[in-house]
Design a protein. Structure first.
Length: 252
């Protein structure tokens, strides 16, 4: 369940690239305030170039804000990067599987990096492959798996580390519509079922409506244009109104 205390917090965060005042300087994020509650599934929506990936990278601790504060559980993910090993997992747009490792070996990879004993990591990897419908394919190499199956392996790898926070960078955008829809629903169910917090970057309104219990729409440079909650009781009529509102913001 989502609680009032945020697990991820961005306070007056700005991020600029290039030398200040230079011709090539630009601001990607502008004084952004954003809190993400524990157990929340946040869909971060916006046009290409609106700063979604920059926000993603700051939350992941891959880059530091030019000003303002980014904290996860009260700590700075950039300065305290090593302390977040095993606590944040990332699902990328591509599956990022290692072609020379089998499905189960790919799922075990994060656990190996966390020095989990071999028997324990194999048990965890098989549990998540089974949960995601891939039992019987654990010894297959990536080239023998479909795109949807490879992405299931990628998701299993993220869940296997038992990280509290999942960061997802358009992980289903390369899949066909039916496979993507099925996998989104399954991913959202597993996030809720296992008490995870997820930030899901997307440029698709349909995807945001399908997966989020909250949709934040960004304008450029990244700041919140609209912040919309969704619940299981949100009706199709209400979703249509939300869709129209989002389309209006993105068209402006």
């Amino acid at each position: 369940m989502t609680t009032s205390q945020p697990i991820i917090s961005l306070k007056q965060v700005s991020k600029s690239f290039g030398k200040a005042g230079g011709a090539s300087s630009y601001t990607a994020v502008d004084r952004l305030d954003l809190d993400v509650g524990r157990g929340q599934m946040l869909a971060l929506l916006g046009k290409t170039g609106c700063g979604k990936s920059t926000i993603f990278n700051m939350i992941a601790g891959l880059t530091e804000p030019s000003s303002g504060d980014v904290t996860i559980d009260g700590r700075n993910p950039f300065r305290d990067f090593d302390s977040f090993r095993g606590k944040i997992a990332i699902v990328f747009q591509g599956d990022r599987l290692l072609p020379w490792r089998t499905a189960v070996q790919n799922v075990e990879l994060g656990l190996e990096m966390l020095d989990v004993p071999a028997e324990k990591r194999r048990t965890a990897a098989m549990h998540w492959l089974t949960t995601l419908g891939l039992r019987g394919h654990e010894n297959d190499y990536p080239h023998a798996l479909s795109g949807g199956m490879r992405q299931r392996v990628s998701i299993a790898r993220a869940f296997a580390t038992d990280a509290n926070i999942l960061l997802c960078d358009e992980p289903f955008s390369a899949l066909d519509e039916m496979t993507g829809r099925s996998l989104r629903a399954e991913f959202a169910r597993l996030v809720k079922q296992n008490g995870k917090t997820a930030v899901f970057i997307t440029h698709s309104i349909n995807e945001a409506l399908e997966i989020g219990d909250r949709i934040v729409v960004l304008k450029r440079p990244a700041n919140i244009a609209v912040d919309l909650p969704l619940t299981s009781e949100t009706t199709e009529t209400e979703k249509l109104a939300i869709r129209n509102q989002i389309q209006g913001v993105l068209a402006a």
